[in-house]
Design a protein around this ligand. Structure first.
Ligand SMILES: [Zn+2]
Length: 134
């Protein structure tokens, strides 16, 4: 399936976004934040992503400012997307939380796994999970 435009939102609806991606492929990451959030994500180029709501609807958090920031709805606190820059991911990227895509059953996506916990971005995504322990 090729990339298609999808609408996404947080729980309360303050944050709305549009993103062009292939929903048949998602990824999970073992980093501390993705583990806590239970994120199934998809990484796209910034051009494929549009934030439809004002920036004022967002709050943000980062543990690795050199890589990027995560954006949450400032009202309902659902994690919607992150934005950053990482050479191993091809430079600027947006990672969208697929749980925010409206009407999408995230269990239908084929998962691949990143080893973000060990900054092992060069390894790329693989079909089986990476360990949490070092
Ligand atoms: Zn919200």
């Amino acid at each position: 399936m090729s990339d298609t435009r999808h609408h996404g939102s947080c729980l309360c609806g303050d944050v709305e976004l549009e993103v062009e991606l292939d929903l048949t492929k998602g990824s999970r990451c073992n980093c501390t934040v993705c583990t806590k959030l239970g994120v199934t994500g998809s990484i796209v180029k910034p051009a494929a992503f549009t934030l439809l709501s004002p920036e004022s609807t967002l709050s943000s958090h980062t543990r690795t400012p050199e890589i990027g920031h995560r954006y949450f709805c400032a009202r309902c606190h659902v994690f919607c997307f992150s934005k950053g820059r990482l050479a191993e991911l091809g430079g600027d990227f947006v990672s969208v939380n697929l749980n925010c895509i409206d009407g999408f059953d995230v269990t239908r996506t084929e998962l691949s796994f990143w080893d973000g916990r060990h900054d092992n971005w060069n390894a790329g995504p693989r079909p089986t999970p990476w360990p949490i322990a070092s």
